[in-house]
Design a protein around this ligand. Structure first.
Ligand code: SF4
Length: 244
């Protein structure tokens, strides 16, 4: 696993951004998180070590732009070059998440055609309104590898209309001291939809405030992923294939 932040900083765009981790994490250091800036790692995918090897190794999935949104307007002038780095590294798989999928047609490179093989785009949705809005667009756009990230999950979501051609669904509650409640029933409903549609499903973490069978649990950050794992409800690619 590798990380690449070509730029950092973001602007809130919907309810799911309310307690965004870059505001709670970076903002507390007095950084102006709302200012989008190119980073010194901008060309990391093509940077090499003294030995001549690439710094980012081939086996890695590269978590891209996790401190911003790859499609944010402020990065329009830098994105073309960022795409050229991605194109230069077909041996890496670049995964980015976006809440700005509506900008996709304005943000792709000229030779995108039906998508780059090495790019995975996950659309982030927090409730049904955003799912309807963003996923109806995701379905229409030519992207080779698509995913849906329901995190922070702050309401029930029906994904049934949007699961075709989707390679993964990830679900998680909201982290941080002000995290809104996540209900286990919502998680299980999405899992059921994924099983029906034969889409791999991952329950990433519970979030801070978790509801199960009507009981409220406050879960420490260090235990949120552990508790989700313990639930043992992930549906893996192999299981989905076996069922086909
Ligand atoms: S789009 Fe993502 S990174 Fe940007 S403010 Fe919202 S949650 Fe944070």
């Amino acid at each position: 696993m590798g990380n690449w932040s070509p730029w950092q900083g973001c602007r809130k765009i919907s309810e799911g951004c309310k307690n965004c981790y870059i505001y709670t994490h970076d903002g507390k250091d007095g950084k102006n998180v709302g200012q989008v800036m190119k980073t010194k790692f901008f060309d990391l995918p093509v940077q090499r070590k003294k030995s001549g090897e690439y710094k980012l190794q081939s086996k890695d999935v590269i978590y891209t732009c996790f401190y911003s949104d790859f499609f944010i307007e402020e990065a329009d002038e830098w994105r073309k070059e960022a795409w050229s780095f991605i194109k230069n590294r077909p041996d890496l798989r670049f995964l980015f998440l976006t809440k700005r999928i509506h900008r996709f047609p304005n943000c792709i490179p000229a030779d995108w055609n039906d998508g780059y093989d090495n790019v995975v785009i996950g659309v982030s949705v927090e409730n049904q309104i955003m799912a309807n809005k963003r996923l109806s667009l995701l379905m229409q756009y030519p992207i080779k590898h698509k995913g849906i990230v329901c995190q922070p999950l702050i309401g029930p979501i029906n994904l049934n209309a949007y699961l075709e051609d989707v390679e993964f669904v990830t679900v998680g509650g909201e982290q941080g001291p002000y995290g809104r409640s996540c209900d286990y029933d919502w998680v299980m409903n999405i899992r059921h939809q994924c099983i029906e549609a034969k889409v791999p499903f991952t329950f990433r973490q519970t979030g801070t405030n978790f509801l199960k069978d009507g009981i409220h649990y406050k879960i420490a950050r260090k235990d949120q992923s552990k508790q989700a794992k313990k639930a043992d409800i992930d549906v893996h690619t192999e299981q989905v294939k076996e069922d086909l």
